[in-house]
Ligand binder design. Structure first.
Ligand code: GCU
Length: 356
């Protein structure tokens, strides 16, 4: 394990031990993985409604040729039906113009804006790599505010449902996956979920809950995302909960200033997608997120892949430097120069991994 002494110094909880003290083995990994999801649901992000939803899609506009004719963009309305009623939200899908019968890999971006393309979504570059991209706008699911009336939050409200906005956004990505499964032009072995910052946290949580996403791309997700919380620089549990209590369940706040008491740390959310592919992207100047702590959590999470005989993090036994790209294993990390942003550089690192 890389940076073992630093992980010990920080007192990061063991990944490969059950809550009841049993050892985790390759054979019982799935049981442990589900336990990780349960711990994180209970302590941090909340639970998704426990029921089966039905999903249907309707055209919101005629499909349009895009990117100089290299792509087709579809604007859909997805309707999710559950025990509490129907809920609809827009879903955009842009796929390479292709021969009938062929399938493309697809990345679903949970985005900050409804715009397409968007500064965080360089559609033409993605299409030119032969990859399709889908997008949902997170405020269409539930507003990024401390209110519980909008969107899905109004239909499955707290406290009847113990969830959070991060969980609602992740839940919506899974409903998109329900729809993708009905199509015959997508390569199901290569569907990824991506997000930046608060939506990078969401992408990690989505991957943990939904094994149909074979790739998880968490960009600059930092505090309560991919960064180890214990002894972290920049944002802390206290700061994030004070500013964004609605991203979490109230229990998370019990750890404000008491990170050492958490029965988990953020390597759990990274490892909860093992042995699928996870790539965590950090940025040199993003001290708020804390690239060192982001790397540390990959160092710790890698044990899950290794336990399963997979290549986890293929990195170095030191803190990362700008320009380091460790994306050859199934758990990847890279550190881009400059600031907090979802740049083309980041997209290309994720696509490089998707297209290996
Ligand atoms: C704030 C917050 C971060 C979050 C970021 C974002 O800075 O403190 O935790 O990642 O917003 O989502 O842009």
């Amino acid at each position: 394990m890389y940076l073992k002494e630093e992980l010990e110094r920080r007192g990061v909880p063991a990944l490969l031990k059950f809550e009841d003290g049993r050892e985790v083995t390759a054979d019982n990994w799935e049981e442990r993985r589900l336990e990780l999801v349960d711990i994180l649901s209970r302590e941090e992000y909340g639970y998704m409604p426990d029921e089966k939803f039905k999903v249907s899609a309707a055209e919101a506009a005629k499909p349009a040729r895009d990117c100089a004719g290299k792509a087709v963009t579809e604007r859909l309305t997805l309707t999710v039906s559950g025990s509490k009623g129907d809920f609809s939200f827009p879903l955009l899908i842009c796929t390479p113009a292709k021969k009938p019968g062929s399938k493309c890999p697809l990345v679903l971006l949970i985005n900050f804006r409804p715009d397409f393309p968007d500064k965080y979504l360089p559609a033409e570059e993605i299409i030119d790599r032969g990859v399709g991209v889908a997008m949902i706008y997170y405020n269409d699911i539930a507003l990024d505010k401390n209110e519980w009336e909008s969107g899905i939050a109004g239909i499955y409200p707290r406290p009847e449902y113990s969830w959070s906005k991060i969980t609602m956004w992740a839940w919506a990505a899974s409903r998109c996956m329900d729809y993708f499964e009905t199509r015959n032009d997508i390569d199901f072995e290569r569907i990824g979920v991506a997000g930046h910052s608060r939506l990078g946290k969401t992408a990690l949580w989505c991957g943990a809950n939904d094994t149909r996403f074979k790739y998880v791309f968490a960009n600059n997700s930092g505090c309560s995302g991919d960064a180890i919380t214990r002894c972290k620089r920049g944002e802390t549990v206290e700061i994030i909960y004070r500013a964004f209590p609605f991203w979490f369940v109230p229990k998370y706040n019990e750890y404000a200033g008491r990170e050492q008491d958490m029965p988990f740390d953020q390597h759990f959310v990274v490892a909860a997608s093992a042995p699928r592919v996870v790539v965590c992207g950090a940025a040199e100047e993003d001290i708020w997120a804390d690239p060192e702590s982001q790397y540390l959590s990959c160092c710790a999470a890698s044990q899950a892949w290794e336990l399963l005989g997979e290549k986890g993090l293929i990195g170095v036994d030191r803190y990362p430097e700008p320009g380091d790209i460790f994306t050859k294993g199934k758990l990847g990390f890279f550190m881009r120069p400059h600031a907090h942003y979802f740049s083309r550089y980041d997209w290309n690192r994720y696509l490089d991994r998707l297209l290996i």
